[in-house]
Write a protein that binds this ligand. Sequence first.
Ligand SMILES: Nc1ncnc2c1ncn2[C@@H]1O[C@H](COP(=O)(O)OP(=O)(O)O)[C@@H](O)[C@H]1O
Ligand SMILES: [Mg+2]
Ligand SMILES: [Zn+2]
Length: 313
Amino acid sequence: MYMKVRCLSCQIAGTDQDIRNGCHPECAETLFGTKVPPEVPFSTPDIVSESQKMVGKMSVSGVQPKLSVIHNPIKRQLTVVERGGVYILKPQTDRFPYLPENENLCMCIASVYGMDVPQHGLIPLQDGRFAYLVKRFDRTEDGFRLQQEDFQQLLETNDKYDGSYERIANFIKKHSEMPGSDLLNLYERALLFFILGNGDAHLKNFSLIRPRDAAGYRLSPAYDIVSSRLALPEEREEACLSLQGKRNRLSHRDFVRLSEHFGLTGEQTAHVSERLIKLKPGIEKMIKASFLPESLISGFLDIFRERMKRMFG
Ligand SMILES: Nc1ncnc2c1ncn2[C@@H]1O[C@H](COP(=O)(O)OP(=O)(O)O)[C@@H](O)[C@H]1O
Ligand SMILES: [Mg+2]
Ligand SMILES: [Zn+2]
């Protein structure tokens, strides 16, 4: 008898013949460069204390504790580094239960929807709990550091919540080397983030990046996608960046107007929606098969269904 298991990276179910050591060998290969995932030689509390020591030293910041790590294929381990990290490791936190499981699920959904997202997966720590691991997109394979600026820096504000999708779009129109596709991608993100209840997509969670050999900047891959609505049901606003002057009670009409502001054609806008509607059963299946506990699975389904209904009826 084969046992049914799920891949810790893509979360697709398979038999224990296809999925060994936690991941599809192909998924492990893309994320780690080896068919077998490495071990993590520390546990959840270690990350919290280690990350406090790293404050100010690491080149990635953000609110949650996190570590910068590399993969040592000889030791088959992830090792913490101050500089030159290849991955970011985000552990469980007290404030949001099952945040790694939540983030990996959201990233899988974004990826299936066709968004440009970095490689990611769940990885067990020594205490048996999962951490979320994501590969950095601001490094090339040979360690070259790409220039990246987040929208709090770009829009020169002190408050990461003081912004709107329109302001991000206006900046892209002026400064991106590929404004057309960036605006389409930004619109897709605004819509999917609303549908998933990702209410903490503030200015620091959008960046422009300059790929190697590129003449200029463009929208970076999407990151830090979490159903904060699920993690914090008391969250006040549906979107922390306003769209059409609103952060709450968002409707289909608001999104259509947003897409007009972005300069998208009606056809483009309709296509973004149609692709999401078509994916509805698939996304529900992904939520049900996720690594979240039952109560959060049903909570996530409630959020997803309510938002889909509000958007598309
Ligand atoms: N995959 C990635 N590659 C490169 N930089 C990243 C990646 N993910 C996040 N970052 C950078 O690190 C910062 C913190 O990561 P984030 O996932 O947003 O953590 P937090 O949940 O603490 O906000 C982001 O604002 C972004 O600048
Ligand atoms: Mg963030
Ligand atoms: Zn997989």
